[in-house]
Design a binder for this molecule. Structure first.
Ligand SMILES: [Zn+2]
Length: 269
């Protein structure tokens, strides 16, 4: 299956010689927000695409914490229920337990907080599906079809966001990209790779996929891809933990390529 390895090794050496050293993979697109700037600023970005910056007074808004008013940070202006003006008893406040109305989306609440998870790469996902279903039972647009247009709009937005949060956190690659964004590091998923060895390896695997004639052969390749994904996922976790963001991005880039190959295999299976 890997019989073309020698050919690729030769090719990759030849290509590397032909290319200037600066054209090898480098993270030019890395954009790290200065934390001092981000967190001292009172600006608030409420864009879904740019969840990395949010007001500091909202930063401690963690998990499904039950709280009493006196324990709550005084800087935080609590969003009261738009309908009955009740003060939330549980955070995140997506749904008012007093009047059972759905609240507008609060972009300061990140995906980890929606599910009461600690913001770290390896998540405890034992209860994640259950929590996701619980939210959908409260937020699903069908449940508010008889309510006002405003609340139907909130339901549509909240429900879509919870779905996105669930999908993002349950996929190791999406979760890696998202958690890095929360740290202020942008990931350009379309960035072209110039790591010749990685490109050669990917081409080699793709050829093997094309040449595979039965599902047994495809399963074998898929198992190898899964191993690589697991390896680079671990590598990401370690780099992220030690705040080595360039290494973290490099791991993400590899995971992206392996995931694409995996998708090709799934299509063919
Ligand atoms: Zn209410």
């Amino acid at each position: 299956m890997w019989r073309k390895k020698l050919l690729w090794t030769t090719l990759s050496s030849a290509l590397r010689r032909a290319l200037p050293s600066t054209s090898r993979f480098s993270i030019n697109s890395i954009h790290v927000t200065q934390f001092s700037t981000a967190f001292s600023s009172t600006r608030s970005f409420h864009s879904e695409e740019d969840p990395r910056v949010f007001p500091i007074q909202r930063y401690w808004f963690l998990g499904n914490l039950k709280f009493s008013g006196k324990n709550f940070c005084s800087e935080r202006v609590l969003p009261r229920c738009w309908n009955c003006d009740a003060v939330p008893q549980v955070v995140p406040f997506l749904f008012c337990d007093s009047c059972r109305s759905i609240q507008p989306v609060d972009r300061a609440v990140d995906y980890f907080q929606i599910f009461g998870l600690e913001k770290k790469y390896y998540i405890d996902d034992r209860n994640l599906e259950g929590r996701y279903k619980d939210w959908q039972k409260k937020l699903h647009p069908d449940l508010v079809h008889s309510k006002s247009e405003k609340e139907r709009g909130y339901a549509a937005e909240q429900s879509a966001r919870v779905i996105d949060a669930y999908r993002t956190l349950t996929n190791p690659l999406s979760r890696a990209i998202y958690i890095l964004k929360l740290e202020g590091v942008d990931v350009d998923e379309e960035e072209t790779v110039s790591d010749i060895e990685l490109l050669a390896e990917i081409l080699e695997i793709r050829e093997a996929v094309e040449e595979a004639t039965d599902s047994q052969a495809l399963n074998k390749i898929q198992a190898q891809i899964q191993e690589k994904l697991a390896y680079w996922s671990e590598s990401f976790a370690s780099a992220f933990q030690s705040r080595k963001y360039e290494e973290a991005l490099s791991s993400i880039q590899r995971m992206t390529y392996y995931r694409r190959v995996n998708e090709e295999i799934v299509k063919k299976l």
